[in-house]
Structure formats: structure tokens, C-alpha cells
Ligand binder design. Structure first.
Ligand code: PRT
Ligand code: MG
Length: 213
């Protein structure tokens, strides 16, 4: 397509991207929360949005099915970033990646005595690097949702998950024992598209940059 295709996930990323889009003069024609459409038009005939699963955003941009996308650093680390240019930290959808354990589990002591820990997570790459750097022995168990459940039913000793308010941990009698990294969302750009369509893409990138607080 000769215009611009932007990949976004619905929910917090879509909501927090609206002001950035507005700064670039882009207003979606539909609300993805109520519309079943996966391709949304905008006020600009040359700009469309595609609604994808958060963890799929880098893949759409990598293969050029979308020119631009917005994805969490958590998702980008797991994807690896091949074929992607990452010009901007948009500072939206912020949270932190942390290790959490059941209340009362002495994580520090377990690490101290060199225990082998079972850790459930959706973020295998990030978790592997974190524990390797600390010299902690772990068996990683890949999950796709609700990591918080795993330690409650004996699937794992600990989890690596995103935390924002901390309410989910608290509600499940878990406690964060180690911060891994702060997380926010990045603008990602298909590298080939940036060369071929720079005249169209650069003004959007510049408007986003100007709108980042
Ligand atoms: O929901 P789905 O399985 O489709 O995918 P997703 O969870 O990856 O997507 P989405 O839209 O929920 O999140 C998109 C991006 O938002 C993530 O990739 C993160 O970069 C970012 N983000 C910011 C968060 C959170 N904050 C967050 N709190 N993503 C998830 N959470 C979850 C967290 O996993 C935990 O289950 O919210 C829960 C904790 O929240 P608190 O407030 O109780 O601490
Ligand atoms: Mg989610």
C-alpha cells in the first residue's frame, strides 16, 4: 500500500497512543473496543490502523505488513527486534518487570544457598538473561497467561511478570522480590519502509517525538 499502515494492540497501548496519533493529525474512524474490524480507517485517506495481539506487533512490522507499530519493551525483547528500527521510547504503558514469589517464601535465602528454582513466565528470554547474569539456577516454564496462578498451585516457586499497581500480586498473596527492568512502549518502524516511504513516515515519527512527555 502506498499509504501508511500502523499496527497497534487494543487496550492500554491503543488508548495511550491516541494522543500521539492526534499530534500527527491522525484520528481513528472506529473504536477497536466496540468495533469487530481488524483494519480501521482514519481521518486520513493514506493512513490505516491494524489491530493485532500485543505480542504480534513486532512480527507485523518486521515483515512489512505494517510500516509502524507500538510495542512494549517486554514484547520487543522476546521478539528479538530483527528488521526493526526503534527510534523512540514513547514512555506509555509503563510498568516494571519483576520476580515475584508467594508471601513467606524466602527468595534471598533460596538464591543464597544455590537452590534450583522453578520460574513460570511468558518472558523466557528476559528471565533467562536475568537469572544467568545473577548466577541463579532456574528451570523456566513457559506460560501464555496469568503467571500469578503458577506459584499458588505448585507449578512454580516464582514468576517473572509485569507489575504496575501491584494489585494483582497482592490479590494473589504474592510479593515482588526483585526488579528486573522498567518497561515502556517503543515506536517500531520497518527498516525497508523507512527508506522507501521516508516522506510519509518521517513526519509521523517527528510528531510522535514532539508529543512524548
Ligand atoms: O492481553 P494479551 O494477552 O492480549 O497481551 P498483553 O497482556 O501482552 O497485552 P496488553 O494489551 O495487556 O499489554 C500490552 C503492553 O502493555 C505490554 O506488553 C506491556 O508492555 C504494557 N503493560 C503495562 C502491561 C501492564 N502495564 C500490566 N500491568 N502489560 C500487562 N500488565 C499485566 C501484568 O502482566 C499483570 O498480569 O497486568 C497485571 C499486573 O497489573 P497490576 O496493576 O495489578 O500490577
Ligand atoms: Mg493483557
Amino acid at each position: 500500500m502506498t499509504g501508511i499502515t500502523i499496527a497497534l494492540s487494543k487496550g492500554r497501548i491503543f488508548e495511550e497512543t491516541l494522543p500521539l496519533l492526534a499530534a500527527a493529525g491522525i484520528v481513528p474512524a472506529d473504536d477497536p473496543e466496540t468495533s469487530r474490524k481488524l483494519i480501521l480507517g482514519t481521518n486520513r485517506a493514506d493512513v490505516r490502523l491494524v489491530i493485532v495481539r500485543a505480542s504480534d506487533t513486532p512480527t507485523y512490522v518486521q515483515y512489512g505488513a505494517a510500516d509502524l507499530g507500538i510495542a512494549g519493551k517486554d514484547v520487543l525483547i522476546e521478539h528479538g527486534g530483527a528488521g526493526l528500527y526503534q527510534p523512540l521510547d514513547l514512555k506509555i504503558a509503563r510498568c516494571r518487570m519483576a520476580v515475584a514469589v508467594p508471601n513467606g517464601f524466602d527468595y534471598a535465602a533460596a538464591v543464597q544457598r544455590g537452590a534450583r528454582l522453578r520460574v513460570a513466565t511468558k518472558y523466557i528470554q528476559t528471565a533467562r538473561e536475568h537469572f544467568a547474569a545473577k548466577g541463579v539456577h532456574v528451570d523456566l516454564i513457559k506460560l501464555y497467561g496469568s503467571m500469578e496462578l503458577a506459584p499458588l498451585v505448585g507449578l512454580a516457586d516464582a514468576i517473572v511478570d509485569l507489575v504496575s499497581s501491584g494489585n494483582t500480586l497482592k490479590a494473589n498473596n504474592l510479593v515482588a522480590v526483585e526488579d528486573i527492568m522498567p518497561i515502556s512502549s517503543r515506536l517500531i518502524v520497518n527498516q525497508a519502509a523507512l527508506k522507501m516511504k521516508r516522506d510519509l513516515l518521517q513526519p509521523v515519527i517527528d510528531a510522535f517525538a514532539g508529543a512524548v512527555k
